[in-house]
Ligand binder design. Structure first.
Ligand code: HEM
Length: 458
């Protein structure tokens, strides 16, 4: 943020000019189609959509994209809803038994872990009753090792990285990965043998076939969540995926995507839910507004229709403001695959250079969002949305390489917020840190030390 204020619209390798951001993420997508490679990544990680490059990425994303269409999300709704019911039941028991304070990141982490394990690996984790469940232990194993390995790979000289002792030490984390690979392979085998069909990612990826023409569904645009979808964006999207002739993913590629969805999907959604609930605890008026809006939307069985849920304006504004104020990825990154002139600035980005877009700083620029450190969901209410300039709201990135899981994350988060606000009230207590205390920022994400709030039943 200091650099953003001190220098003009381009500094170092960081670009915050909105037109130039659009050039990098959309108009010149082909020249900026990859993220910067890590010094040394396991083969399987390179197959994951997040890390894959060039034609490998193009193929995987083109074939896997329909998995996340709004039509497929609708089918997955029942699965997510069941996890949400288990979550509310377990939380309800705890609160009824006298729990009156809760650390949100752990609470929400248990829910999003259960959702992604159910949706990606067809496995109920029962995270609430069994914190030692192998899914959780293995997920932490992968996460912790990934963080350390990423740090070591960045700072240690190349000749040491290639040293076999270093490899043996660092590859210990592979056991977590092996666990997921074993689970997935045996599930695939079982499904093939028994001709079983499920509504989860694994099944969708097994069945996925590259569609002819546009990879998006018409209804996707209705759930675009303030993502810019004009002429240039549509054109970039169509061009990015031309020329993919393969129709299916290999089993190894399917394994890699399930694992990516698991690691990408669990933490960021949990933190978004945690930050949102924290803001609600500090703002009782916002809690009342959410309660009033969702109360009307539940039917007599206490259920909410997918269509109704995705169109509640205040709930959407609340999540949008959470993602603006506390974006989970602080900056986006793209590598130049050729020399590129940045607009008419006279600045040339040379081939191989990595450019960053400072999402957090853009989200807190008073020219884009007046009084940017105040949590104010009204900015995103339908009557005010016109004030939001294109490319000033980037929590899920933008362009053909944006977050593929956006609709899934929003669905999962909105459902949980609607249901918890219906049954519980949150409040500020002595242990609530105001403002939030963050631990060291590692690899571009913001981790709160703790988010403790008071809770009681309505
Ligand atoms: C609130 C939750 C989430 C946030 C804030 C978030 C944010 C992001 C961001 C900022 C990117 C980089 C986009 C860019 O470079 O333009 C990204 C990429 C990605 N996300 Fe998410 N994400 C979330 C949830 C999920 C979920 C639930 C999944 C999967 C189930 C997922 C899967 C991915 C994948 C696979 C990529 C790489 C896409 C590619 O390179 O083609 N994310 N996410």
């Amino acid at each position: 943020m200091e650099w953003y204020k001190k220098y003009d619209k381009i500094y170092g390798l960081i670009v915050s000019d909105l037109e130039l951001i659009k050039q990098i993420l959309v108009k010149d997508f082909n020249a900026f189609r990859n993220r910067q490679p890590r010094a040394r990544s396991k083969k399987q990680i390179m197959k994951s959509m997040f890390r894959a490059r060039d034609d490998d990425w193009k193929r995987v994303r083109a074939i896997a994209s329909p998995t996340f269409s709004s039509g497929k999300m609708r089918k997955m709704y029942a699965l997510i809803n069941r996890c949400c019911e288990d979550f509310i039941d377990s939380f309800d028991k705890d609160v009824s038994n006298g729990m009156n304070e809760v650390e949100l990141t752990r609470l929400m982490g248990a829910y999003t872990m259960d959702v992604i394990a159910s949706c990606a690996f067809a496995t109920k984790t029962n995270t609430y009753a069994d914190p030692n469940n192998p899914f959780i232990a293995s997920a932490f194993n992968i996460r912790n090792i990934a963080v350390w390995k990423g740090m070591l790979d960045t700072f240690i000289p190349r000749f040491l990285i290639n040293n076999y002792i270093y490899r043996r030490v660092v590859d210990v984390g592979a056991s977590g990965m092996d666990f997921f690979n074993d689970v997935t392979r045996s599930l695939i085998k079982k499904r093939k043998e028994n001709h079983e069909k499920h509504n989860d990612f694994l099944q969708l990826l097994l069945d996925a076939e590259r569609p002819e023409g546009d990879i998006r569904e018409a209804s996707d645009a209705n759930e675009a969540h303030h993502v810019n979808e004009g002429k240039d964006e549509m054109k970039a999207n169509a061009e990015a995926f031309t020329g993919v002739s393969e129709k299916k993913l290999t089993e190894d590629e399917i394994l890699a995507q399930c694992l990516t969805f698991f690691t990408a999907g669990y933490g960021m959604t949990a933190l978004t839910l945690s930050h949102c609930t924290y803001e609600l605890a500090l703002n009782p008026g916002l809690q009342d507004r959410l309660y009033e809006e969702t109360k009307e939307a539940f039917n007599e069985k206490g259920e909410m229709d997918y269509e109704v849920l995705s169109r509640l304006p205040f709930l959407d504004a609340l999540i949008s403001e959470t993602l603006r104020n506390s974006p989970q990825i602080l900056h986006l990154q793209r590598e130049a695959m050729e020399d590129v002139m940045l607009g008419n600035t006279g600045v040339k980005i040379e081939k191989g250079v990595s450019v960053e877009i400072p999402v957090y700083a853009i989200h807190h620029d008073p020219n884009h969002y007046p009084d940017p450190f105040t949590f104010n969901p009204d900015r995103f209410m339908p009557q005010n949305r016109d004030h939001i300039q294109p490319y000033t709201y980037l929590p899920f990135g933008s362009g053909p390489r944006n977050c593929i899981g956006m609709r899934f994350a929003l669905l999962e988060a909105k459902l949980a917020l609607a249901k918890i606000s219906h049954s519980f009230r949150f409040s500020r207590v002595t242990d609530t840190d105001v403002p939030v205390v963050y631990t060291t920022v590692l690899f571009g994400s913001l981790k709160p030390k703790r988010l403790v709030v008071g809770v009681h039943k309505r």
